[in-house]
Design a protein around this ligand. Structure first.
Ligand SMILES: Nc1nc2c(ncn2[C@@H]2O[C@H](COP(=O)(O)OP(=O)(O)OP(=O)(O)O)[C@@H](O)[C@H]2O)c(=O)[nH]1
Ligand SMILES: [Mg+2]
Length: 304
C-alpha cells in the first residue's frame, strides 16, 4: 500500500453542467483514454463515472456526472440527484457549458439563473469551463468571459475544447492549485473504479445512442447476463441484453433482418475488444420490460 503513504497534490473534482456540454469528452481527454461514453444526444451519462488522473506529483479523482436538467421522470430525477450529490464531496467543481450554441438573450438569462441555483450552497471553488471554443468565433470569447465572471464568484473562467484539448493544460494547472497535499487514494495503474462488466453495458448503450434515432436511446438500458473469459483461447464471451420500454421499439433496434442489432453489436464488440485487449464474442438480445425507467426495483438493479 505504498501509494497511500506518498504525499502529492490529490483530491476529488466533479465535472457538472447541462446535458451535452462535453463533460464526458473532457474526462476522457484528461484521462488519456475512453472510460465514459459520449454521444451527440443529451443525457448520455446516467451514473457517476470515476476517472483517476495520475501525474508524477498529483492524483486527480474526476467525477463525470449526468447532465443537470429539469427532471420529472424517476430515472431523470436519479440522474440529477447523482450529479448534485457529487457537489458536496469534492475539493473543486468544474461547471461546464457549451458556448457554441447561439442562445437568445432570454435563454442565456435562464441558463445563468439555473447555474446559480445549482451552485447555491456549494462550498468548493468552482471553475467555469466555456467548452467547444473550437466552434466559437474568437472575437466573441472575451465579452463572454467577462459576462460569466460577473455572474458568480468563480475561481476562474476558462475557455476549453474538450475535443481538441485546447486549454486543458491551463485547466490542469488551475486545478492542481486547488488540491491539498495528501496520499494517492488509488493505485496509479487504476484508471477507474467501475467494473469491466459495467463498462460493457455502457459501451453497448453508447452504440444504441449513436445508431438509433428519436426516443430509443432514452428507453434503453443494458444488462450483462454473463461474462466469461477463456484464458487458454484468450477470448471473452459476453451475453448482454438491451432492455426497452415498449414492444413497438423492439423492431427498430433489431432492424430489417437483424441489421441494426448487428451494427450495434459490431461497433460495441470493437470497443470492448480494445478495452479488454483480447478477442470478444458478444451476443446481444433485445427484451421489453414495460416502463422500466419508472420501476424502482429495476433502477436499483441498474445501480441507481
Ligand atoms: N466541437 C466540439 N464538440 C465537442 C466538444 N466537447 C464535446 N463535444 C461533442 O459534444 C457532444 C456531447 O459530448 P459529451 O461528452 O457526451 O457531453 P456530456 O456533457 O457528457 O453529455 P451528457 O452525458 O449527456 O450530460 C459529443 O458529440 C461530443 O463529441 C468540443 O470541445 N468541441
Ligand atoms: Mg456525459
Amino acid at each position: 500500500m505504498d501509494f497511500l503513504k506518498e504525499s502529492v497534490r490529490s483530491g476529488m473534482v466533479a465535472i457538472v453542467g447541462p446535458p451535452n456540454a462535453g463533460k464526458s469528452t473532457l474526462m476522457n481527454h484528461l484521462l488519456g483514454q475512453k472510460i465514459s461514453i459520449v454521444s451527440h444526444k443529451p443525457q448520455t451519462t446516467r451514473n457517476r463515472i470515476l476517472g483517476i488522473v495520475n501525474g508524477d506529483d498529483y492524483q486527480i479523482v474526476l467525477l463525470d456526472t449526468p447532465g443537470l436538467h429539469k427532471a420529472r421522470q424517476p430515472l431523470n430525477r436519479e440522474m440529477v440527484r447523482i450529479a448534485m450529490e457529487s457537489l458536496s464531496e469534492v475539493d473543486a467543481v468544474l461547471y461546464m457549458i457549451d458556448v457554441s450554441l447561439p442562445l437568445p438573450e432570454k435563454q442565456k438569462k435562464k441558463e445563468g439563473q439555473e447555474m446559480l441555483e445549482q451552485m447555491n450552497g456549494v462550498q468548493a471553488p468552482v471553475i467555469l469551463l466555456l467548452n467547444k471554443v473550437d466552434l466559437l468565433e474568437k472575437e466573441k470569447l472575451l465579452p463572454m468571459m467577462k459576462r460569466y465572471s460577473e455572474l458568480y464568484p468563480f475561481h476562474g473562467v476558462l475557455p476549453v475544447s474538450a475535443l481538441t484539448g485546447e486549454g486543458a493544460d491551463h485547466l490542469l494547472q488551475e486545478l492542481l492549485g486547488l488540491l491539498p497535499m495528501g496520499p494517492r487514494y488509488f493505485p496509479e495503474d487504476m484508471p477507474t473504479d467501475v467494473s469491466e462488466r459495467f463498462l460493457v453495458t455502457e459501451i453497448v448503450r453508447e452504440k444504441v445512442f449513436l445508431l438509433t434515432g428519436q426516443e430509443i436511446p432514452y428507453s434503453c438500458a443494458v444488462t450483462v447476463e454473463s461474462f466469461q473469459e477463456d484464458t487458454i483461447k484468450q477470448m471473452t464471451t459476453i451475453h448482454a441484453t438491451i432492455v426497452l420500454e415498449r414492444g413497438s421499439q423492439k423492431g427498430i433496434v433489431i432492424g430489417k433482418g437483424g441489421s441494426k442489432l448487428k451494427s450495434i453489436g459490431m461497433a460495441a464488440r470493437k470497443d470492448i475488444e480494445k478495452m479488454l485487449g483480447q478477442k470478444v464474442l458478444l451476443k446481444l438480445w433485445v427484451k421489453v420490460k414495460k416502463n422500466w425507467s419508472k420501476d424502482e426495483r429495476f433502477l436499483k438493479e441498474l445501480g441507481f
